[in-house]
Design a protein around this ligand. Sequence first.
Ligand code: GTP
Ligand code: MG
Length: 206
Amino acid sequence: MEIKNARYEISNARVDQCPDTSVPEYAFIGRSNVGKSSLINMLTANGSLAKTSQKPGKTLLINHFSINNGEWYIVDLPGYGYAARGKDQRDSFRRMISFYATERSQLACLFVLIDVRHEPQKIDLAFLDFCGENGVPIAIVFTKADKVSQRVADHNMSLFRKELLLRWEDLPPMFVTSSEKKTGRDELLDFIEDTNKVWFSCNTDK
Ligand code: GTP
Ligand code: MG
């Protein structure tokens, strides 16, 4: 899959105000600061498309980016679980993310980002459980692979796979990325290309 162009389209606080498109979209979710916006910039080869920050809590809205003249969309979401936000705001983000994941019919795949530096965290496993229970199409993307040795990354990913196999018979697709080193870009774009084909064949009137 080649990305010929990527354009910011719109930001919304509410799922029901998101663009009424009839093409597939790919959203990026995970804990605050896991690298969602950076990964979008890496994939689109546009360092300033999505706003990134060293401080967690940067992305606050549902941001739609049109890819290849509206052929498909990338969606940047706020992170979950940022403690400094306070309970009310955390709850409201959680509701918005859950609603987006379960109600957005254009969602072809939700990429759930996991920081590969850490052993499995409760909050990520709980979010994945929620996706499994609600039939949300997901893939797991381990991020920041440049920040740890291969040995540590392999150890954490294998613990993660074990946790998932306690819950699920089959593992979802998994990718290892570094936005810094552009690792995993081709694999993710190939996956999107394949998923687009399936999505269009299931969603186009014959
Ligand atoms: P929120 O919008 O706050 O939820 O965060 P986010 O998940 O969008 O994270 P963001 O992309 O803003 O990145 C957070 C920090 O991690 C930034 O300082 C990035 O430069 C850094 N970062 C993201 N991905 C990578 C990576 O692959 N490698 C390294 N070394 N740093 C990364
Ligand atoms: Mg962000």
